[in-house]
Design a protein around this ligand. Structure first.
Ligand code: HEC
Length: 186
């Protein structure tokens, strides 16, 4: 008898404990969620923007079609004409989407490795691509989600809506008077 009473006392204590743990977790969860929301609206770190710029110029080779300044003066004559991204009206999430999925009716490649394997892009699969000019990047240079986000941050910070490139902007863009800046009169 005593045993059962002892047990049920423990069970009561235990269940009270569970409830208070749940409350504590709830209280803890709320500030964490707020914290994450804030982090997303914070301006990206300058080193992240620099990394995004490197990915744009090198791994993504976006410059081949869009130009190093993303102004549509492509660096590779053999490549299709990419539009001036300094004048794009796309917001950050539309930029991310365009880089991941490409543009079906155009030569803008899809940089997400799985863009056309599971229907995540416009509900299309690899076989559907045959009827569109868009392709996976060639040479193959798919980007991870994080890399695509970094490129979007770079575009928002240093390209979109910044007007035509000039000498002063070029110094700021590269962080020094690189050779490319000599194209622009001081
Ligand atoms: C093979 C050439 C090529 C490469 C490489 C390329 N693009 Fe494009 N991109 C295009 C073309 C062509 C379009 C025009 C699409 C259209 O007409 O809607 C375009 C469109 C875009 C747009 C949409 C602009 C708008 O205002 O609608 C964005 C953003 C963009 N590209 C970003 C990038 C980024 C970032 C990279 C590198 C990760 C990249 N592109 C690599 C050819 C290219």
């Amino acid at each position: 008898m005593t045993d059962t009473r002892e047990q049920s006392r423990w069970l009561r204590l235990l269940s009270r404990g569970v409830v208070s743990v749940a409350i504590a977790a709830g209280l803890l969860a709320a500030p964490t969620a707020r914290g994450q929301g804030q982090a997303q609206t914070q301006a990206p770190d300058p080193s992240d923007i620099a990394e995004g710029m490197r990915l744009y110029q090198q791994k993504g080779n976006c410059q081949a079609c869009h130009g190093w300044a993303a102004d549509g003066r492509k660096t590779d004559n053999q490549m299709p004409d990419g539009p001036n991204l300094r004048e794009t009206r796309l917001n950050r999430s539309a930029l991310v989407m365009t880089i991941k999925c490409g543009r079906l009716a155009t030569q803008m490649p899809a940089f997400d490795k799985f863009a056309y394997s599971d229907g995540r892009c416009y509900g299309k699969k690899e076989a559907d691509l045959k009827s569109y000019p868009t392709r996976m990047p060639d040479p193959p240079s798919t980007l991870q989600q994080r890399e695509i986000e970094l490129i979007a941050d770079f575009l928002v910070a240093k390209v979109v809506g910044k007007g035509p490139m000039d000498h002063a902007k070029c110094l700021e863009y590269w962080g020094s008077d690189v050779e490319a800046c000599r194209d622009f009169p001081k």
